[in-house]
Design a protein around this ligand. Structure first.
Ligand code: SF4
Length: 428
């Protein structure tokens, strides 16, 4: 790992940070990110059967304690095809040594825990498709852009996106414990590491402090939960101290791909800064293992309200039954289904994109067929920075005189008496 300058990386609180307690760099592949003592310092103890079998096969000398340490998981992640070829057939891509630099430049990183899902599966397995690069990433189609939402044109400071009047998005780090091949912010992964860290955050905090209309902050990235507790606490405490900030949201995939990160220390620290919400990126029902359930339990028990975010992906989760199962499993782990996103047009992502009609078909297949609590909004984040636009199947069919005509979830037509003159009567 390339060392960051202390003033760029450490909270100016006089807190004692170990040298490895820095914002991790995106392209870091160094096996010595953490000290031996740090690798053993974890209170996560759940190891499900799939992970246990995988550990026994590929990491037979690694203790329960180490396997359950989020730092060990990051330090031993798969970051190149050589490593990945030990557990997967990578022959279709590993012949190309420059593969990553020629694709959309998103690094390869998969935690051993998440890789345990792959055991015994073909390369067509949804979770493999979502995080293992393929040469399809070389195909760039019309409308694809590095920054499809034009976020960089809405940045009052380097890492803050101010798109909506009352809320901002803070991009805290470029690092993720697993890189999703369809990531909207894949451009972040290649940014100069100086784009993150306390020095940059301070300017954004100052902007928020000076903008009283901002009541809601989303801290995302990269994945903010890959940062050490002290970095996260620095951000939360600074933001919570601003009187007009009402809610703070953390956008993360960590509970699904690195559940060991959800230590008691972490959630006990976060809950000091309530109200805190967490937007959890969920992709497929298979992600809900005993480890993930434990992580979600800890988060929910700390009073942190979780909502799901799912990118609709061809060949991964684009079936009504898969999506229904995913939403049910999320609810069972106390995550309220919140958004299904149309896959954003980043370069080399067309193999993931479904037609818009697929998203509508999925919503139609959920509404009426499961509890309302299990139904997320299907949205397109409008290219060019138009914000999230919800799309709904056509339940409203129009008017017939004093009646509104509607179709229910079974396709049957109903009329609701809604006289046009009612406003005039109210005015009397
Ligand atoms: S976890 Fe989120 S930010 Fe990180 S690669 Fe996946 S989608 Fe992108």
């Amino acid at each position: 790992m390339k060392e960051l300058m202390p003033q760029e990386s450490e909270p100016p609180l006089g807190v004692d940070l170990g040298t490895s307690e820095l914002v991790l760099e995106t392209n870091s592949t160094n096996k010595k990110l953490f000290t031996e003592a740090e690798l053993l310092n974890s209170d996560f103890e759940i190891i499900g059967a799939a992970a246990s079998n995988f550990r026994d096969k590929y990491f037979p000398t690694v203790s329960d304690k180490k396997w359950s340490s989020w730092k060990w998981q990051i330090q031993n992640s798969y970051t190149n095809f050589d490593e990945l070829s030990q557990i997967l057939d990578t022959s279709s891509v590993s012949d190309d040594v420059d593969f990553i630099s020629k694709s959309n430049k998103l690094p390869l990183r998969i935690t051993p825990y998440y890789a345990s899902h792959f055991e015994g599966k073909s390369n067509n397995y949804p979770l493999i498709k979502s995080v293992v690069p393929t040469k399809l990433e070389f195909i760039v189609t019309e409308g694809e852009e590095e920054d499809p939402l034009h976020e960089e044109s809405m940045c009052p400071t380097e890492n803050l996106v101010h798109r909506y009047p009352d809320r901002v998005l803070m991009l805290s780090t470029g690092f993720c414990s697993v890189y999703c091949r369809y990531c909207t912010r894949s451009r972040m992964a290649n940014k100069d590491p100086k784009s993150y860290g306390v020095k940059v955050w301070e300017k954004s905090i100052e902007y928020i402090r000076n903008t009283p209309t901002i009541r809601d902050i989303v801290i995302s990235g990269g994945d903010p939960l890959t940062m050490p507790d002290k970095q996260i606490e620095y951000l939360l405490s600074q933001l919570r101290a601003i009187p007009h900030v009402e809610i703070i949201r953390l956008g993360t995939k960590v509970p699904m791909v690195l559940p060991q990160r959800i230590t008691h220390n972490l959630v006990n620290m976060i809950k000091k800064y309530h109200p805190i919400f967490m937007s959890v990126h969920v992709t497929h029902p298979d992600e809900f293992t005993p480890e993930v359930k434990e992580a979600c339990n800890r988060i929910a028990n700390a009073g942190i309200v979780m909502g799901s975010q799912t990118v609709l992906l061809h060949g991964v989760n684009d079936h009504v039954e898969t999506m229904k199962n995913l939403m049910h499993k999320a609810l069972m782990s106390r995550i309220k289904p919140y958004y299904i996103y149309q896959c954003d047009p980043i370069p080399g992502s067309s193999h993931f994109r479904t037609p818009v009609s697929k998203g509508l078909e999925i919503i139609q297949g959920l509404r009426g067929f499961t509890s309302g609590y299990a139904i997320p909004h299907f949205v397109i984040d409008a290219p060019g920075g138009g914000g999230k636009i919800p799309l709904l199947p056509e339940y409203y069919q129009g008017r017939e005189g004093d009646y509104v005509v509607m179709k229910n979830f079974e396709g049957k037509t109903y009329k609701y008496y809604d006289p046009i003159a009612v406003d005039n009567l109210n005015g009397l």
